[in-house]
Design a protein. Structure first.
Ligand SMILES: Cc1cc2nc3c(=O)[nH]c(=O)nc-3n(C[C@H](O)[C@H](O)[C@H](O)COP(=O)(O)OP(=O)(O)OC[C@H]3O[C@@H](n4cnc5c(N)ncnc54)[C@H](O)[C@@H]3O)c2cc1C
Length: 436
């Protein structure tokens, strides 16, 4: 494709961050005639949609997939049109009280795993409460934040809360759930309409792994003559023209908002396949991990003859980020995987590698919204800087949300919108909900 000739009336834009948000925005800016340059602080493009090379396989940074509805988003729709995505049946398993429940859950196996008393109590609670499609819209981040615990209990009842939601929240966030905001439940845990969670379905996945999205966008940008710099961490000031900031919000203004991290442990298992399950979900305390995925089940391109790679996700929660799981803790981790029924007993990894991602889950304690609003107000006074993406807006969001936000930002700039107006309206993105 020919390089675009920038429109002389468009100011030069600097895109900070070469993750999915940054590259999507750069592509749309370039097409709209803005001169654009991308700077990425680390040595590789991709951010959370990047990859780690393990046993010759481009491994995602934790289990990623695209919800088919997300392929309607800008940029992703174009990539879908170009035939980038495989369609895969969802083959997840939720580990609950010694049962492996198909996930998205089916009623009968879920009831069996909960046990008759809990299943009846949950069914009765839902029947009394009513499965209302607007559950989340009610009490929508108004002045009263009832907290995660109260919010979820009201919706699914105490039995399901204790069996699944409480241990999950404690594992990921490392805070007593009554100290967490109800926003966590809205963004992360689907409590809107339990029946929706019972629909199976499929997901979309790039043949070469999630990082193929990044490679493809980078190729499109280079073909248009857009400069992509890596190893180039920048400060927000000093650029003449709009700065589109997908780096962390606290890189723009000091704030108390913080993230929880995630340790990824990649294990090479000497079997051609462990099972047909793509992702195991493990909310219970007895397992260090919250999720385990088998990469070869996402795409045949991620398989290797005679071995298969598991990605074990261990949320930071209350644990110290420095814990090493590939040394002395490895036998215990392998034993837990066997107890969970993920690894056959007696099978040991032939290689293991660990990575810690420090900024994965934005931590939303009760009262966080006021802190966020204050930070945005200060950003709005800071000149020609436009925060966007998961880090810039301190969001818990999916790739398709990132694409929508990037497109809205480019549209805002095309219309000559100011940074103050952008930051002032950014709270509309706070209601985005993660689709797992
Ligand atoms: C474990 C896990 C599972 C996920 N699963 C899914 C899923 O199944 N489906 C889905 O749709 N989404 C999923 N996501 C979410 C998705 O990965 C993110 O929403 C998306 O990748 C965020 O992109 P981003 O560009 O906004 O942010 P990031 O990827 O965080 O990119 C920000 C970039 O900015 C760079 N940067 C920061 N500061 C500076 C600076 N000062 N100068 C220059 N560069 C800087 C960083 O190095 C980084 O590359 C998952 C995420 C994780 C971690």
């Amino acid at each position: 494709m020919l390089a675009a000739s920038p429109n002389p009336r468009r100011p030069p834009c600097l895109v900070v961050g070469g993750g999915f948000s940054g590259l999507s925005a750069a592509l749309l800016l370039s097409r709209a005639g803005f001169p654009v340059e991308v700077v990425e602080g680390s040595s590789e493009l991709g951010g959370l949609a990047g990859r780690v090379e393990f046993r010759g396989i481009a491994c995602d940074l934790g289990s990623h997939r695209l919800h088919p509805a997300g392929l309607r988003a800008p940029v992703l729709a174009e990539l879908a049109e170009e035939g980038m995505f495989l369609r895969r049946p969802r083959r997840g398993r939720l580990l609950l009280r010694g049962h492996a429940v198909p996930y998205p859950p089916r009623l009968l196996p879920l009831a069996r795993a909960l046990g008759p008393r809990r299943a009846l109590a949950t069914a009765a609670h839902l029947a009394l409460r009513g499965v209302h499609p607007k559950w989340e819209a009610e009490e929508n981040d108004g002045p009263e934040d009832v907290g995660f615990e109260e919010f979820v209990r009201r919706r699914v009842g105490p039995a399901a809360y204790e069996a699944f939601y409480r241990p999950y929240a404690e594992k990921v966030w490392g805070l007593p759930p009554d100290q967490l905001s109800q926003s966590v439940a809205k963004k992360r845990v689907s409590t809107s309409n339990p029946l929706r969670a019972l629909q199976g379905g499929e997901f979309a996945y790039p043949r070469g792994g999630i990082s193929e999205l990044i490679q493809t966008l980078a190729d499109k940008l280079r073909a248009r003559g857009v400069v992509l710099r890596t190893d180039c961490a920048v400060e927000p000031g000093g650029h003449k023209g709009p700065v589109l900031w997908s780096g962390p919000l606290d890189g723009l203004v000091p704030t108390e908002l913080e993230h929880r991290g995630l340790t990824l442990v990649f294990l090479a298992i000497p079997l051609s396949r462990v099972s047909s399950v793509d992702t195991w979900y493990a909310p219970e305390e007895r397992f260090w991990f919250g999720r385990v995925s088998e990469l070869g089940n996402f795409s045949p391109a991620l398989r290797r003859v005679g071995e298969t790679v598991l990605c074990v996700e261990i949320p930071q929660g209350g644990a110290r980020p420095g814990l090493q799981y590939t040394g002395d803790r490895l036998p215990e981790l392998v034993a837990q995987l066997a107890t969970a029924g993920i690894l056959p007993g007696g099978v040991h990894p032939i290689a293991a590698e660990q990575l810690f991602l420090p900024r994965v889950y934005p931590l939303y304690p009760r009262g966080w919204r006021a802190v966020w609003t204050d930070a945005m107000e200060r950003v709005a006074q800071g000149g020609d800087v436009f925060p966007f993406g998961r880090q810039g807006l301190f969001l818990h969001c999916n790739l398709d949300h990132c694409a929508v936000i990037a497109a809205q930002l480019v549209d805002h700039l095309e219309r000559g919108g100011t940074a103050a107006a952008w930051a002032g309206g950014a709270d509309r993105f706070l209601g985005l909900r993660v689709r797992d």
